[in-house]
Ligand binder design. Structure first.
Ligand SMILES: Cc1ncc(COP(=O)(O)O)c(C=O)c1O
Length: 441
């Protein structure tokens, strides 16, 4: 094994000192498996970080990136462009819900979140409605790490180091209610009425005409897989429409087949005004994010500026980077050619059954699932939060050769959409063994 100097890389969202004492290194990948630095095949139960939906190193995506790197390394998209930028936008619109047919490219989910928030503000201003400056998010929401994203986000740990970020933000309660809905399969039956908090809050505390947008993840992923109760998202959307509030779906995790449909919007039958996406857009092979926007929003901004003026003062050097576009076009083709969204839908009942088979384990407090994602919430160790799930994670990696993800005391699984039944069996039987071995700690 190589000797690696781990001193200089400051790792994101990582307990750096703990990690560096015993590094977990991945050196190669193919399909459903990583190869660890010490040569083991590791079953990927998390699609990397909820992103490698088509499986690792897909030959078509690899070839597209290699060819593009040798043809056009970079071209600016400020007052210039290259053909793939338009082709990638068109390919994305082809799978988007009806009406969301304008695409703003960026490099990741966090940039896409901040882009969507800016579009919302600029749109209202362009319509002469600049009084709409407030955003509403939800407790436990994760919207990336930009200042906009942490402000509308609702995970305390991601905010408290940084003092006040954006002002004028309010948060609704999250819809997780383990006391009533524990071990629900798919969408919990109870809780649609939580959406009414939006109307109550804006009427009691804010003038509805001051609200620019509501931003929600259809499924709250990073905070531990919170599935929206039946009817809840539809009700949120109705309230938004009633008060002229834009609805933004953050689909960085739920996009690209995770639920067996192109987007969560399709699965939950709600059409938002904007969809934020990233991760599975390019199969994570080259970083890319995007905001899908309803045409009326785009046109509102176009019409507010003279034809020879810049309509939206926003963009990134790497917006629609050629390599990212090549990766996205190839990825979207792979999803279509291999029918991966349909495959995920077909595999979901099997995955659900496997996930809920862990219910009898004494430390398992709740299991939540939808499509090919599930959250398994554990009873914390006495007096110590987060350590139990971390112990399971370490055991899975070192002893079972399986990669899982944990957040707090919750295990989140979101495998590539190519997972087979026998790999689902292996994932959950190894996890069962690890959970049992960590039960008495
Ligand atoms: C819902 C959601 N929004 C935004 C982000 C941020 O994406 P990125 O890490 O690519 O900036 C994530 C990342 O997991 C996410 O889950």
């Amino acid at each position: 094994m190589r000797t690696i100097n781990t001193e200089h890389f400051w790792m994101p969202f990582t307990a750096n000192r703990q990690f560096k004492a015993k590094p977990r290194l991945l050196s190669a990948a193919q399909g459903m498996y990583y190869t660890s630095e010490d040569g083991r095949q590791i079953l990927d139960g998390t699609a990397g970080l909820w992103c490698v939906n088509a499986g690792h190193n897909h030959p078509k995506i690899v070839a597209a990136i290699q060819a593009q790197a040798a043809t056009l390394d970079f071209a600016p998209t400020f007052q210039m462009a290259h053909p793939l930028a338009f082709e990638a936008a068109t390919a994305l619109v082809e799978i988007a819900p009806e009406g969301l047919n304008r695409v703003f490219f960026c490099n990741d989910g966090s940039e896409a979140v901040d882009t969507a928030l800016k579009i919302a503000l600029a749109y209202h201003k362009a319509r002469g409605d600049a009084g709409r400056f407030r955003f509403i998010g939800r407790e436990r929401a994760y919207h990336g790490v930009g200042f906009g994203g942490i402000s509308v986000g609702g995970i305390a740990g991601n905010r408290k180091q940084f003092g006040p970020a954006l002002s004028g933000i309010d948060h609704l309660k999250h819809p997780l209610n383990i006391a009533i809905n524990a071990f629900s399969k798919g969408q919990p039956e109870s809780g649609a009425e939580l959406a009414d908090e939006l109307e109550a809050r804006i009427l009691a505390l804010h003038d509805p005409s001051s609200i620019a947008a509501l931003i929600v993840e259809p499924i709250q992923g990073s905070t531990g897989v919170i599935i929206p109760p039946q009817g809840y998202l539809i009700r949120l959307s109705q309230i938004c429409q009633k008060y002229g509030i834009l609805l933004i779906f953050d689909e960085v995790i739920t996009g690209f087949g995770r639920l067996g449909t192109a987007f969560g919007a399709d699965y939950f039958d709600v059409t938002p005004d904007m969809i934020i996406c990233a991760k599975g857009l390019s199969n994570a092979a080259v970083p890319m994010g995007a905001v899908l926007v309803k045409q009326m929003i785009h046109d509102g901004l176009m019409q507010a500026a003279a034809p020879d003026q810049i309509e939206f003062f926003h963009g990134y050097t790497y917006s629609a980077h050629p390599l990212a576009c090549a990766a996205a076009i190839a990825t979207l083709e792979v999803y279509r050619e291999e029918k991966l969204f349909e495959r995920a839908a077909q595999m979901s009942p099997y995955f659900e059954q496997a996930a809920h088979s862990l219910r009898d384990i004494s430390i398992v407090k709740d299991i939540r699932n939808c499509g090919l994602v599930c959250g398994i919430e554990l009873e914390p160790q006495t007096g110590r939060s987060t350590t139990r799930a971390y112990d399971v994670f370490e055991k899975c990696f070192w002893e079972k050769n399986v990669l899982i993800r944990t957040t707090g005391d919750i295990i989140a699984l979101s495998p590539p959409l190519i997972i087979s039944k026998s790999e689902i069996d292996r994932l959950f039987s190894d996890l069962r063994a690890a959970l049992l071995e960590c039960t008495n700690t």
